[in-house]
Design a protein. Structure first.
Length: 84
């Protein structure tokens, strides 16, 4: 899934929220927390707003990878956005 996204970017094809969601979900299942965080940042840089389910998948990937600090940081960021 990550390779497919990379191939699309090399061909200058735009990824949409559905593709990002699918790839992040695969990262969550594969405990690829670092890749999930990179994809979330890539999505935000491309002006796509991540939605709760997608952020939850990234938080879960971090948790499964034993990176609870990253999970808490992401959760805090989501709460900050709600307050603003």
């Amino acid at each position: 899934a990550v390779n497919l996204l990379g191939d699309m970017q090399k061909l200058s094809l735009a990824a949409d929220r559905i593709l990002f969601s699918s790839v992040i979900s695969a990262c969550e299942k594969g405990r690829e927390w670092q890749q999930a965080l990179v994809l979330l940042r890539d999505m935000q840089r491309s002006a796509m707003q991540p939605y709760n389910k997608l952020c939850n998948a990234v938080i879960s990937a971090c948790e499964k990878g034993g990176k609870w600090q990253h999970a808490l940081s992401l959760l805090a960021g989501m709460l900050d956005e709600l307050v603003e």
